[in-house]
Design a binder for this molecule. Structure first.
Ligand code: UD1
Ligand code: CA
Length: 462
C-alpha cells in the first residue's frame, strides 16, 4: 500500500503478568513479543513505524534499538486512544493510511494484514477494523453492527450491556485508518466510561456518526489475533508457535520423535532426515544440517551443525560450529566460537572453549581445551587440560597435525606442540615440543622391592 505508516501500541504494563518486565518484551519462543509484530508488518512496506512506549519506556527502546523504529513516549497511559493522540506528530503529517497494531498480539500474519489493507483500499473506507469470532469473547471489546450488518461501533466489555456481551464478534485491536479522517475524530475522544480511559475504539462510532465508511475484515483464525495478557496465555502462544514450527520441520523431512517435548525456535533451520529426540532445544537461529541425530537433553544455541553430525545425550553447544560427520557427547560442552572439524570425535565430559579442532581429531574423554588450535589427526588423551589462564591473561595452545597427547597431560599455554610429536601420559608441558619428538615431563618411577610386605609385617608386630 502506498503511503502507509505503522503505529504499534506498547505502552501498557501488562498488570496481569505480575512482572517488572514490560509486557511486549516477554519472550515467545526466544523472541520479544513485539518483534513478531514488527516482522509481520515489515513486508507491507510501511514508510515508517512508530512504537508507543510508556511503562519502562527506556527498557523497551533499548531492547528494540537494533530495529528501524521511531518511538513516542506516553506518560501516563490514559488508554489506547490517548496513545494514538500522543503519537499524532508522527502520523498526522502523512496523507495516506495508518495501520494500528498491538504490541501484545504477536501471531498476526502478514497475509491477514494484507487482506485487511486490501479491503480498506477497495471499499475506500475511513477505517477498517480486524475482528474475529470467538466462542468465549470474555474481556474483548464487542463489534456492534447495525440492522444492515454494517459496523456501528465497538463497545468495551466493561461498558457493554448484557445483550452486547452476547455478541461473539470481537475487536482484535488492529485497525487501518485514513489519516485525514482519524485526525478529525481522535481529538473528540472522552474518558467518560467505566475505565476512565480514552478508548481508540470510540473512533469507530465517531466516524460512523460523521457518515464515514467503516469496514471490517473477520479474521478466520482466532489464534492469529489472540493477545497475551497473562502468563497462561503466554504459555498457550508458546505451544502454538512451537507446534507450528515442528509441523513445518516434519513436512520438510525432519523426524521429531516427540513434538510435545521438542523445542525449536522459529528462526532455526533443520535439514532433511535429521532426527530430533525428546527434550532437544534448538535456539537462536541455529542451523542444523541434513542427516544429523540429536539425542535427548541437548541444547544448541546460535550454532551450526553441518550434515551428518551426531550429538549424543546431554550436550550444550553454543556459538559454535561442528563440521560434517563429527560426533559430540554425551555430556560435552562447546562454546565461544569453537569449530570442530570433519569426522572428529568429542566425547564425554569434554569442554571446548574458543578453539579450533582439526579434521579426524579425537578428544574422547574428560578434557578441557580452551583458546587452543588443535590440528588434524590429533589424539587428545583422556584428562588432557590446556592451562590457558594464569590468573591474568588467556594464552594460546597450539597442537599441530598428527600429535599424540598422552592421557592426563597438562599443556601450559602459551605452548606449541609441533607436528607428529608424542607426549607421554601424565606430562606437564611448559616448553614447545619439536616435530616428531617425545616429550616426557613427569618424575621417574621407583619400584622398591618387597617394601609393602615388610611394612605389613612391622605393623603386625606393633
Ligand atoms: C483493547 C481494545 C479492545 C480489544 C482488545 C484486543 C481498547 C479500548 N480496547 O482492549 O476492544 O478487544 O484490545 O486485544 O482499545 N496501550 C497503550 N497505551 C495505553 C493503553 C494500552 O499503548 O494507554 C497498548 C497496550 O500496551 C497494548 C494495547 O495498547 O499493547 C492494547 O491495550 P490493552 O490494555 O491490552 O487493551 P485491552 O483492554 O485488551
Ligand atoms: Ca490486550
Amino acid at each position: 500500500m502506498r503511503n502507509l505508516t505503522l503505529l504499534i501500541l506498547a505502552a501498557g504494563k501488562g498488570t496481569r503478568l505480575k512482572s517488572n518486565l514490560p509486557k511486549v518484551l516477554h519472550r515467545l519462543a526466544g523472541k520479544p513479543l513485539i518483534e513478531y509484530v514488527v516482522e509481520a508488518a515489515r513486508p507491507l512496506g510501511p514508510s515508517a513505524t512508530c512504537v508507543v512506549v510508556g511503562y519502562e519506556a527506556g527498557q523497551v527502546q533499548r531492547a528494540l534499538s537494533h530495529l528501524p523504529l521511531q518511538f513516542a513516549v506516553q506518560e501516563p497511559q490514559l488508554g489506547t486512544g490517548h496513545a494514538v493522540q500522543i503519537a499524532s506528530s508522527f502520523w498526522q503529517p502523512n496523507r495516506g493510511n495508518l495501520l494500528v497494531l498491538s504490541g501484545d498480539v504477536p501471531l498476526i500474519s502478514t497475509e491477514t494484514l494484507q487482506q485487511m489493507l486490501c479491503e480498506h483500499t477497495q471499499s475506500a473506507a475511513s477505517a477498517t477494523l480486524l475482528s474475529t469470532k470467538l466462542d468465549n469473547p470474555a474481556r474483548y471489546g464487542r463489534v456492534v453492527r447495525g440492522p444492515r450488518g454494517d459496523v456501528e461501533r465497538i463497545v468495551e466489555h466493561k461498558d457493554a450491556t448484557a445483550e452486547e456481551l452476547r455478541l461473539d464478534e470481537i475487536n482484535t485491536g488492529i485497525y487501518c485508518f485514513a489519516v485525514s479522517d482519524l485526525a478529525q475524530v481522535v481529538g473528540q475522544l472522552s474518558a467518560e466510561n467505566s475505565q476512565r480511559e480514552y478508548y481508540l475504539t470510540d473512533c469507530i462510532g465517531l466516524l460512523k456518526k460523521q457518515n464515514k465508511r467503516v469496514s471490517a475484515v473477520i479474521c478466520k483464525d482466532p489464534v492469529e489475533v489472540g493477545g497475551m495478557n497473562s502468563r497462561v496465555e503466554l504459555a498457550e502462544l508458546e505451544r502454538i508457535v512451537r507446534q507450528k514450527k515442528l509441523e513445518q520441520l516434519m513436512l520438510d523431512g525432519v523426524t521429531v520423535i516427540d513434538p510435545a517435548s521438542t523445542y525449536v525456535e522459529p528462526g532455526v533451520q533443520v535439514g532433511a532426515d535429521t532426527v530430533l529426540y525428546p527434550n532437544v532445544f534448538l535456539e537462536k537461529a541455529s542451523v542444523i544440517g541434513a542427516r544429523c541425530q540429536i539425542y535427548p537433553n541437548v541444547r544448541i544455541s546460535a550454532s551450526t551443525l553441518e550434515d551428518g553430525v551426531v550429538v549424543l545425550d546431554s550436550c550444550l553447544i553454543s556459538e559454535s560450529r561442528v563440521r560434517t560427520g563429527s560426533q559430540v557427547g554425551p555430556f560435552a560442552h562447546l562454546k565461544n566460537h569453537t569449530v570442530v572439524g570433519r569426522q572428529a570425535r568429542i566425547g564425554n565430559f569434554v569442554e571446548i572453549k574458543n578453539s579450533q579442532i582439526g579434521d579426524n581429531t579425537k578428544a574422547a574423554h574428560l578434557s578441557y581445551l580452551g583458546d587452543a588450535e588443535i590440528g588434524q589427526d590429533v589424539n587428545v588423551g583422556a584428562g588432557t587440560i590446556t592451562c590457558n589462564y594464569d590468573g591474568f591473561t588467556k594464552s594460546k595452545t597450539i597442537v599441530e597435525d598428527g600429535v599424540f597427547v598422552g592421557s592426563d597431560s597438562q599443556l601450559i599455554a602459551p605452548v606449541t606442540v609441533h607436528r607428529g610429536a608424542y607426549i607421554a601420559a601424565g606430562s606437564t608441558i611448559e616448553q614447545d615440543v619439536p616435530e616428531e619428538a617425545l616429550a616426557i615431563a613427569r618424575s621417574h618411577q621407583v619400584n622398591k622391592e618387597h617394601w609393602a610386605r615388610k611394612k605389613r609385617e612391622s605393623r603386625r608386630k606393633d
